[in-house]
Design a protein around this ligand. Structure first.
Ligand SMILES: [Zn+2]
Length: 286
């Protein structure tokens, strides 16, 4: 095994989780007997290229690629898949257009160059799309909320789910350009499924139907509890910043996630800020 191969972990037969550097990020590769499907490509061209090599070295054509959503740390490394059939939600192209400048600034890359080189979606869907890879089937369906274009991919033969950032196991839920109420509904939907292997957008791969369902429940409850806390405080006419500061990390995250990793308290505060904004907007509309 080469050093580069060590980032590829076979988590179920033909289902690989591929680590990348951003907050324990996970791409995925499916080797389905007849076709391969790499999913997401990380931030750097070298990350996508390693995935394309991995697929090619195992005798598969590099002709298909899929995106869980259009955020930079999932699409910026996709150059190796330009020219492929690229599957994504119908909103992904506009999310990509919106996100690229911020990410390329952050990583000191040229936005124009990237726009040209990236693998842009060629097959988009709003409802559901099923791909037959031979021994594996991939059912893609919307799980928005982290972003408006979020999709998850379920492989029934392995009871495996590639969730993108709709599900995180190593960081608190991030709302990004989405909506916490929508994300909560997506999490409830996923809880009805039999998921034995979960590849999250960020964090460790999780095994076991009960464990996965329990975790999805915790993520949904985290969002719901913050919202009800925010509603109570806003009813007392407290200013937004004070509400945010009162919805504490210890109370809502506790020891579920490590406080000293990935700037966790800052991530919690960012999620709280979005939810407080949603709650105050709701109150204004009443
Ligand atoms: Zn994202």
């Amino acid at each position: 095994m080469t050093a580069r191969d060590t980032a590829f972990e076979e988590v179920a037969p033909g289902v690989y989780a591929v680590g990348h550097a951003v907050a324990e990020g996970k791409n995925a590769v499916l080797l389905g007997g007849r076709h391969a499907l790499p999913v997401d490509a990380g931030t750097h061209a070298s990350e996508g290229a390693a995935m394309a090599d991995f697929v090619g070295n195992r005798g598969y054509e590099v002709s298909r690629f899929a995106l869980t959503h259009g955020h930079g740390d999932h699409v910026l490394g996709s150059e190796a898949f330009a020219g492929c059939e690229v599957y994504a939600h119908a909103f992904t192209p506009r999310v990509m257009r919106r996100q690229i400048p911020a990410w390329t600034d952050r990583w000191d890359m040229s936005a124009d160059e990237h726009r040209e080189r990236l693998a842009w979606p060629t097959v988009t869907f709003t409802d559901e799309l099923t791909l037959d890879l031979g021994e594996l089937t991939v059912r893609m369906f919307p799980t928005p909320g982290h972003s408006e274009d979020g999709v998850s991919m379920y492989i029934p033969e392995r009871r495996a789910l590639i969730a993108g950032d709709s599900v995180t196991t190593g960081i608190v839920p991030a709302i990004g350009d989405g909506d916490s109420r929508v994300l909560q509904r997506s999490l409830y939907r996923l809880m009805t499924m039999e998921i034995d292997v979960l590849i999250p957008g960020h964090g460790p791969v999780m095994h076991g139907v009960t464990r996965v369902r329990e975790w999805l429940g915790w993520l949904a409850t985290y969002l719901a509890n913050i919202r009800s806390n925010a509603r109570d405080l806003s009813a007392a006419s407290m200013p937004a910043e004070e509400i945010v500061s009162r919805i504490g990390f210890d109370e809502h995250v506790g020891d579920r996630l490590p406080a000293d990793k990935h700037g966790m308290p800052r991530r919690h505060a960012a999620t709280v800020e979005v939810i407080v904004r949603e709650v105050l907007e709701e109150a204004e509309q009443l």
